[in-house]
Design a binder for this molecule. Structure first.
Ligand code: GLU
Length: 322
């Protein structure tokens, strides 16, 4: 059984880029007759807001998408809200600790910021961590632990990593790419990489479709799958949407949130029509329902190039002129 998911973070409103990812992930699963999971990624509790979580679900339903399992419908692999799954992340952390894959990191934010971008950095993830605290002696660790609570980092294996992405194609990352990454912050919050891997494995996700901004997270997640003994899912990273001047879509481009477009009187069919046209699923820009796209969907139709959206189309979606 093929199983996919959409995993929004409720720290902001659903915008057109998220809606596109949700649509593609949903179409893939509905076309294949699989099960679709909605998971609310509020692991960073201080930055998440319950009213945004509710609104995201409402926006998705308004767009014509549905899910078989999720925070509001439950299911066999629940709970479907990350803040209710902390014991699972803790258990995974213990497993990694028992394999000696983690070490405490005492570096301050200022120290981390001063690390020059190394050739092995993963661009979208910031400069690669140079492994400073990996090399501390037991004595140095003891001294530092008396003044600071550490974060926990995962030690990357010293091997290159390759994988195939259904949209982006073949990807190869050299040994050490991105550097050792944080799996638990000093304030106790579990890292995104850990939570997403534990959840996708526990929820038996076979296919991950998400935005290309997370492509560079994938090698890290594959290392975690391997260390935790989980099966790695198939990945497809959809290209990002850019505004007319080549910048990633943002508030500057008008109300590119689903709620904003809805408030401006734009219909869900019009939004879905634009998303489908931009994704190469339709050859004309016209309104359509999400369900009408299911039968002919194929991930192979999605082009890997980033999309530049015309100003006039954005303005009409947002119900305003720019
Ligand atoms: N929660 C992440 C986000 O909203 C997505 C995680 C994922 O799809 O792996 O960016």
């Amino acid at each position: 059984m093929i199983r996919g998911r959409f995993a929004p973070t409720p720290s902001g409103q659903l915008h057109i880029g998220n809606a596109r990812t949700a649509l593609l992930a949903w179409l893939q699963i509905r076309q294949a007759g699989g099960q679709f999971v909605l998971r609310m990624e509020d692991i960073d509790k201080p930055r998440s807001r319950p009213e945004l979580a509710r609104q995201i679900l409402e926006d998705l339903r308004w767009l014509g998408l549905d899910w078989d399992e999720g925070p509001d419908v439950d299911g066999p692999y629940g709970p479907y809200t990350q803040s209710c799954r902390l014991e699972l992340y803790q258990a995974a952390l213990e497993k990694l600790k028992s394999q000696n894959r983690l070490y405490p990191c005492y570096c301050s934010r200022a120290e981390l910021m001063s690390i020059a971008s190394a050739p092995h950095g993963l661009d979208s993830e910031g400069p690669a961590y140079p492994g400073t605290c990996r090399r501390l002696s037991a004595e140095q660790r003891l001294t530092k632990s008396q003044i600071k609570t550490p974060s926990l980092r995962f030690s990357l294996p010293d091997r290159e990593l390759q994988f195939h992405d259904a949209i982006a194609g073949y990807a190869c990352y050299p040994a050490g790419a991105g550097g050792d990454f944080v799996v638990q912050r000093a304030d106790g919050i579990f890292g995104y990489q850990l939570a997403v891997v534990v959840d996708d494995a526990a929820m038996k996700i076979t296919d991950v479709v998400r935005g290309a901004d997370l492509l560079d997270s994938t090698p890290r997640q594959i290392w975690l799958y391997e260390a935790l003994g989980y099966t790695v899912p198939r990945f497809a990273h959809s290209p990002l949407l850019y505004g007319p001047e080549g910048k990633r879509l943002s508030k500057r481009h008008g109300s590119v949130t689903v709620a904003g477009m809805r408030a401006a009187g734009t219909s869900p069919e019009r939004i879905i029509g634009c998303l489908a046209y931009w994704s190469g699923l339709m050859d004309r820009l016209e309104p359509i329902q999400a369900a009408e796209l299911v039968a002919h969907f194929s991930i192979a139709k999605i082009a890997a190039e980033p999309l530049v959206i015309e100003a006039s189309v954005l303005a009409s979606l947002a119900g305003s002129s720019l």
